[in-house]
Design a binder for this molecule. Structure first.
Ligand code: ADP
Ligand code: MG
Length: 364
């Protein structure tokens, strides 16, 4: 729909800080977002995601730092003049109005005034964009949750913002509806070319939607990267455990080897002189039952002796839960098991050395 298509803005956050009384909720947040990018802020509850969006939208003022939209400093510009589209969790539609009236509303508030024809054709266009063309005359309190979120999205894009802020917009919906709306959001992002900053605490949603993910932890950015970078090369224990499942081993690094507290070692090219741990994703691990010839361990293979605790059929994969000699819970995710495994069996978790990742220990 070329008539709705628009370009996205570049966003730069510089040294953003925000406190509530003595509680510092954001510290030194720096972020560069390219025009048209889909960037997700991911982090646990209370990590500062919503605060960051509120600062960008202009609903809150930062204590420190600056926000630039296409090189324009927004700091002194009030929210309603920033031209940013917003869909927040608690940003309700007007229940006594129809769908069309809800969407027309932001256009009617604009100066200079738009003609009624222009407004109604814009409303029709965005309703088509969110696949709600047949619902224009419906009252919004007669819509399902998913339909209401589509209308909220239509209302946020109707004035052609170059930046769209979405704060957990799918959070209240059931899994299936959420997944179908995620696909819709991807399509709408592609069609509009608008820059999107999306907030979620749901790692799968972040992996599915984003060009890049920004991992928040206690008011700071922990790591920024593409979904692949963050999943394959998390830098810290927090990033590794927040995005996907992981096995994390204690140990020390010496002479090109990671000597694991569980008795095995892993060859490692990295020379780190910082506190580190070793991480391997469960789907990189295979389970070898019975005794394992540790002399077969070489520069390309890692193995840890384990005792099987559970074998869980999960449809497309089998999850093998086990415990190491030191009591560490570990997990392998296999596409199939060549050997029968029973609870209590001795086995080894085996993986290729290049699947090992060194990560920084996260200080709590
Ligand atoms: P998130 O969206 O990542 O869950 P928020 O940005 O909403 O986190 O909140 C970050 C921190 O700021 C939390 O500890 C929250 O309790 C606190 N906070 C948010 N708003 C206020 C407020 N108006 N007054 C005091 N503390 C607040
Ligand atoms: Mg929030």
């Amino acid at each position: 729909m070329s008539s709705v298509s628009q370009s996205g803005a570049a966003i730069r956050l510089r040294g953003l800080g925000k406190s509530y009384k003595s509680l510092q909720v954001l510290r030194d947040v720096n972020l560069d977002i390219a025009p048209g990018e889909f960037v997700t802020l991911l982090g646990p509850s209370g990590s500062g995601k919503t605060t960051t969006l509120n600062l960008i939208a202009g609903f809150l003022a930062p204590d420190h730092g600056q926000i630039f939209l296409d090189d324009k400093d927004l700091t002194a510009i009030p929210a309603y003049k920033r031209g940013i589209g917003v869909v927040f969790q608690n940003y309700a539609l007007f229940p006594h109005m129809t769908v069309a009236e809800n969407i027309a509303y932001p256009l009617q508030q604009r100066k200079p005034r738009m003609s009624r024809d222009t407004i109604s054709s814009r409303v029709a266009q965005v309703l088509k964009l969110v696949h709600m063309g047949d619902y224009a005359e419906r009252r919004t309190d007669q819509l399902s949750g998913g339909q209401q979120q589509r209308v909220a999205l239509a209302r946020a894009v109707v004035f052609e913002p170059k930046l769209l802020l979405l704060d957990e917009p799918l959070g209240a919906l059931d899994k299936r509806l959420r997944e179908s709306l995620q696909m819709e959001l991807r399509r709408i992002h592609r069609e509009l070319g608008v820059t999107i900053i999306f907030v979620t605490h749901d790692q799968d949603e972040a992996l599915t939607l984003s060009d890049r993910i920004v991992v928040f932890r206690q008011g700071s950015i922990e790591q920024i990267g593409t979904p692949e970078e963050l999943y394959d090369h998390p830098r810290t224990e927090f990033a590794a455990t927040f995005l996907g499942d992981s096995n994390i081993f204690e140990g020390t690094l010496a002479q090109g080897r990671f000597n694991c507290a569980d008795g095995h070692f892993a060859p490692i090219a990295d020379q780190a002189d910082r506190p580190i741990k070793l991480m391997v994703r469960p789907e990189k691990v295979s389970v070898v039952p019975g005794p394992f010839d540790m002399s077969a361990l070489n520069l390309t293979t890692c193995a840890v002796p384990v005792t099987i605790e559970d074998v869980v059929f999960a449809g497309a994969s089998v999850r093998v839960e086990a415990v190491t000699a030191s009591g560490l819970k570990v997990m392998a995710r296999c596409t199939g098991l060549e050997h029968a495994l029973s609870v209590g069996d001795k086995a080894h978790f085996v993986w290729a050395a290049d699947s090992s990742r060194l990560i920084d220990r996260t200080t709590p």
